[in-house]
Design a protein around this ligand. Sequence first.
Ligand code: ATP
Ligand code: MG
Length: 231
Amino acid sequence: MDAREYWQDAGFIKLEGVTKRFPVGDGSFTALNSVSVGLARGEFVSVMGRSGSGKSTLLNMLAAIDRPTEGAVIVDGRTVHLMNEEQAAAWRGTTVGMVFQFFQLLPTLTILENVMLPMEFARRFRGTRAKRAGELLARMGIDRHAGKLPSALSGGEQQRAAIARALANDPPLILADEPTGNLDTHTANAVLGLFRELSREGRTVVMVTHEKNAVEGIHRTITLSDGVVVS
Ligand SMILES: Nc1ncnc2c1ncn2[C@@H]1O[C@H](COP(=O)(O)OP(=O)(O)OP(=O)(O)O)[C@@H](O)[C@H]1O
Ligand SMILES: [Mg+2]
């Protein structure tokens, strides 16, 4: 790495004084309070904190699903907090892969079609979409389920399909909100191993988790309490 690459790497993601308030009744509720955090490429970070501490709100800021009331979110030099819905959707489609606790696969599409969908939205990999989707499913070890509907798969298999879908457009950033919350320990460990691999490839992985035990391969844990980073 030369000096310039290093600088870019160290500042891949920057949250600067991010505050998020939601209107509640006559007043407002502060879900995030002056959060400043920097993340490097390839970092595997867990986000912890009790229910309501602001974990999902933080991911929504990183994914530009929602915008901060104050502060800046900068990803790879892009000022994400200033994007309108349309810009954010286009940016998110190629930059962010998201994985959720309840998988959120589309129930009427096959597993292969679910993985191809983000490539269609982003107009990427035209002509090789099916091939690429098949390869991602093979990597996740579930290519034999490509033609099935999500309901025919186990929870762990559905989560693997969701990870394949998150990787569809080869994003540098993976955001996962309690991805193992609905899986048994053995399956959860396998899924965590996949995230570890993705970070080794140079993707930044931010994972909300309630895991009490230290997760192998995690570089850093961000702990939130009432919207404030406490460690
Ligand atoms: N759209 C909204 N309007 C009002 N309040 C909200 C909104 N979204 C979140 N909040 C509040 O902000 C706080 C943080 O919510 P958030 O979903 O980020 O918590 P969390 O740490 O992800 O919790 P959990 O572990 O239960 O998922 C909560 O008190 C929640 O009620
Ligand atoms: Mg949450």
